[in-house]
Ligand binder design. Structure first.
Ligand code: ADP
Length: 888
């Protein structure tokens, strides 16, 4: 700090608006106005030895109160420097004709001479305006005698306003001054100690207190407080050091008091922090600690998010109350606590379930629905008609509870895809729930939450997945549910399908009722028999028999091949499967009622073709493109440093587009050799039956399984024994009894059938009979093998071969009557598939033939039997020669 300053007569004046720079204070200012920039440039920047400038407070004219003397600008010209001169005036305000043209400015008559401690120059972008940042230190007071302008800034003739050295020395002897000084120092010390306690930064200030004269200290202290402009002015005007010190003491004391009061208030407020605030702080701390430990799973936020989700779930009031209760419980728990996890999962389920969210009911367009069914499925005329009827009723009376449609048929006949077409026609989501192998009631209804690992049942789970309350829900393989000690899933399904009960479906896990009434249920089954009658009663069965080879061919050509090609990114330009080849695939590689294996085989062909197309396309387009680009072009681009342009096939284009991007010269046409190469040697041929029945004792039966109709061979053989009957091939009780009946009937008719020379001969004398049903691993049961068993036994005992082109089905009574059986349509289709030409059926099954497609019937000879003899007559080459001897 400068001890004594030689003040020049004239100082360039920098006006400070509503602010005072006191001696001893250091201030950093940014000069941007043209006049101040000019001043800094000329008075400070361009001078080798940095001079002094005067800081003069000015007051806005709007502030009317005036403290101390003010200057009013005049218009005289400073002759020496060619600048305008401003005289001291007495009035409070004058219009000033300068930069701030329209403003009235009050110049204070006292200012402080200041020295620049630091200067930096900057250029603003983009205007190019020059600015300065100046650090100024206030040095000593001066009073203005005359104010004038120099160019764009002011100058003033000044005189020092500080006491001279002699005057100072005199004052220092003044007892008043001594008392005042002591008082000031004591107060200042107190302030420093207080600040020291709080911030521990008082040491330097304490040194100041001992080394700097009191009248300067007074300025320094006051300069560091935030006091009003008026107080600052009055401090500046305190030229008399006694006045200055006493004012400063007052201000320091006031500052001290205000710090004390603020401290008291803080203590009081802290004491009054409420419990919740404390908890809040503690939680914040806990979170910080967790974060530090990397343990931050933000449980609290999660719970809040869960709560929000629950609020938006649209739960009915009762359930909302229940959910809130559970949520309150959750909030009280720690995440580590047992039960927290399960409680959360439960609430998540409640929040996720579509209590009200439904997909918009489209105005059902029956014509569009019909078109969609037709475009998705070949044939199935009756089935489609029934579906259209069903949809029509829904359209007319949406709230009507129509029966639940149940598609019954062998695998791969299109049950699932029909159900999904229904969903598409109704514009609803489609959810498939597989019931195959469900033996536990809890699979449908869920486990109670008291069990560890408990879950909701499949229905609730399906609805959660669908996220809407009115999907089309497919109960797949409803015939495959069984019951055991763990309850009866069928009874739970009964509740689901009953329109009266499913409004309040009770899932054990959920433990609150859920309304299933808006769900459209559709079921599928392979067979009707295993479905419990009560359940069957709620459903309308729509049978989908297997397809004839011709139908399969049409389905393959129209639906399966285009779909398979598309799935493999191919089209007809790459792979062509001629009709003849599809026929071969149907005959030699598949023997099924539906088209699932057919689709699989076609997919194998497509895969093989895809590999070859992919291999070809590698070489083709690349070589072409390189030629096109030409090396000079490439080189020049690289030389320029430019990037080589690349053509990128956008992702997400359909397979079709990709395949057209790589065009090959000619498509692959599947031929027989390719079939064998890709699919292997043929699996089935028409010779199988002939080979199997080449020895006596084998007959061809037609049975009905979950896979539709099947051809079932029955083999009988005799060996030395004690007259026992052995049965093998995983047979059920009914079929075993049929075998007994067959043997009894043959034995009792041995003579008539010319199996024994005389009456009363025991056919089993010294020998056992063994009957086997091949495909020994597949369980078999049912009465319809009766006629086949008899035929095989007659063939065995007569040593005559059964016709290889003839298959049969029918139940037989002990007296030889042939009774009707079920599944005629499927059985006839199966016979046709196997290349069988003649089918022996019970006479009373004649009516069932209406359902068999005429194309199939046209290829078959149907032989009707009333009695066992009729069967035998048809089964053997040249008829049954023993018949005329029969007494029956
Ligand atoms: P399911 O449910 O009866 O076992 P899917 O519905 O899964 O059979 O059908 C198997 C495949 O066969 C599906 O790709 C389906 O589209 C097709 N499919 C079955 N029947 C037809 C048909 N009549 N027309 C067109 N495609 C069919």
């Amino acid at each position: 700090m400068a001890e004594s300053v030689e003040l020049p007569n004239r100082l360039a004046i920098l006006p400070f608006r509503n602010k005072v720079l006191l001696p001893g204070a250091i201030i950093r200012i940014r000069c941007t106005s043209p006049s101040s920039v000019k001043l800094v440039e000329q008075e400070l920047w361009q001078r080798e030895e940095k001079g002094l400038i005067g800081i003069l407070p000015v007051r806005d004219a709007t502030e009317t109160t005036s403290v101390g003397p003010t200057l009013s600008p005049g218009v005289a010209t400073d002759s020496g420097e060619g600048s305008s001169k401003i005289h001291l005036g007495t009035s409070d305000s004058h219009k000033f004709d300068g930069k701030n043209q329209q403003e009235f400015i009050h110049w204070h008559t006292r200012g402080v001479a200041a020295r620049a401690l630091h200067l930096s120059r900057g250029v603003e972008k983009p205007s190019g305006r020059v600015t300065y940042i100046v650090v100024l230190e206030g040095l000593c007071r001066f009073s203005v005698q005359e104010l004038s302008t120099r160019g764009t800034y002011y100058t003033a003739r000044i005189a020092s306003a500080d006491m001279t050295k002699a005057e100072m020395e005199q004052v220092e002897q003044d007892p008043d001054f001594i008392v005042l000084s002591r008082q000031f120092k004591a107060t200042a010390m107190e302030l420093i100690s207080l600040l020291e306690q709080k911030q521990k930064t008082g040491a330097r200030t304490k040194v100041l207190l001992e080394t700097v004269p009191v009248h300067k200290l007074a300025d320094i202290f006051v300069a560091s407080f935030e006091i009003s402009f008026e107080e600052q002015l009055s401090m500046l005007d305190s030229v008399d050091v006694k006045v200055r010190i006493s004012k400063a003491t007052e201000l320091v004391d006031r500052h001290l008091q205000s710090i004390r009061v603020a401290e008291k208030i803080t203590q009081k407020v802290e004491g009054q922090l409420s419990k919740t605030q404390k908890e809040f702080f503690l939680r914040q701390q806990m979170r910080a600690i967790k974060e530090e430990l990397g343990d931050n799973d933000d449980d609290e936020d999660d719970v809040a998010a869960l709560e929000r989700k629950m609020e938006g779930a649209g739960m009915p009031p009762d359930i909302w109350k229940h959910a809130q209760r559970e949520l309150r419980r959750l909030k009280k728990m720690q995440p580590q606590q047992p039960g927290y996890g399960s409680s959360r999962v439960y609430l998540e389920l409640l929040a996720d379930l579509p209590w009200q969210k439904a997909s918009e009911e489209l105005e059902l367009d029956l014509r569009a629905a019909r078109e969609r069914l037709d475009s998705d499925h070949y044939g199935l005329v009756k089935v489609k008609q029934r579906i259209i009827e069903y949809l029509a009723v829904r359209k007319l009376k949406p709230e009507a509870r129509g029966p639940v449609l149940c598609f019954v048929g062998p695998p791969g006949v299109g049950k699932t895809s029909l159900a999904s077409s229904i969903a598409a026609a109704l514009g609803r989501k489609f959810v498939r729930i597989s019931l195959g192998g469900v033996k536990d009631e809890a699979d449908i209804r869920g486990h109670r939450r008291t069990y560890i690992g408990s879950m909701p049942g499949r229905l609730i789970d399906g609805l959660k997945r669908a996220a809407i309350c009115n999907p089309v829900m497919l109960l797949d393989e409803i015939d495959k549910t069984g019951s055991d000690v763990r309850g009866d899933p069928a009874s739970a399904l009964l509740e689901v399908l009953d329109p009266e009960q499913n409004k309040t479906f009770n899932d054990h896990y959920l433990n609150v009722p859920f309304d299933l009434s808006k769900v459209v249920f559709v079921a599928t089954a392979n067979r009707v028999q295993p479905i419990p009658p009560a359940l069957l009663d709620r459903m309308e069965v729509i049978e989908l028999p297997g397809y004839t080879p011709e139908e399969k061919l049409r389905i393959a050509m129209r639906h399966l091949i285009p779909r398979v090609l598309d799935q493999h990114g191919l089209n007809a330009e790459y792979l062509q499967i001629p009709e003849a080849m599809v026929k071969l695939v149907i005959q030699r590689y598949t023997r099924e009622a539906g088209v699932r294996n057919l689709e699989r085989n076609l997919a194998s062909l497509a895969r093989a073709a895809a590999v070859r197309v992919a291999e070809q396309e590698h070489s083709l387009p690349l070589t072409k493109d390189v030629h096109h680009l030409g090396s000079p072009l490439l080189e020049s681009r690289l030389a320029d440093g430019g990037e080589v342009e690349m053509e990128v096939i956008p992702m997400g284009v359909s397979n079709h587009e990709i395949s057209t991007a790589f065009r090959v010269s000619s498509p692959f046409v599947v031929d027989e050799a390719m079939l064998e190469k890709i699919l292997g040697p043929p699996r089935y041929d028409d010779k199988e039956t002939a080979e199997r029945v080449s020895s006596p004792g084998v007959s061809v039966g037609l049975v009905w399984t979950a896979f539709g109709g099947e051809v079932q061979f029955v083999e009988a053989t005799a060996m030395v024994g004690k007259g026992d009957l052995h049965l093998t091939g995983q047979l059920g009780d009914v079929i075993k009894e049929s075998a007994q009946i067959a043997l009894t009937w043959v034995r009792s008719r041995a003579a008539e059938l010319k199996l024994a020379s005389t009456e009363g001969v025991n056919l089993l004398e010294g020998r056992d009979v063994h009957i086997h049903f091949p495909a020994g691993a597949v369980p078999k049961d049912g009465p319809s093998a009766g006629v086949t068993l008899v035929t095989s036994l007659v063939s065995l005992f007569s040593q005559r071969r059964v016709r290889a082109d003839t298959a049969m089905t029918g139940e037989m009574t002990l007296r030889g009557l042939v009774l009707p059986v079920g599944g005629i349509k499927d059985k006839v289709l199966a016979a046709h598939r196997y290349g069988i030409k003649r089918v022996i059926l019970p006479e009373r099954n004649l009516k069932d033939l209406v359902e068999v497609p005429s194309t199939v019937l046209g290829n078959l000879e149907i032989l009707l039997a009333k009695r066992m003899e009729d069967v035998l007559e048809h089964a053997f080459e040249g008829g049954c020669p023993w018949r005329q001897h029969s007494k029956l």
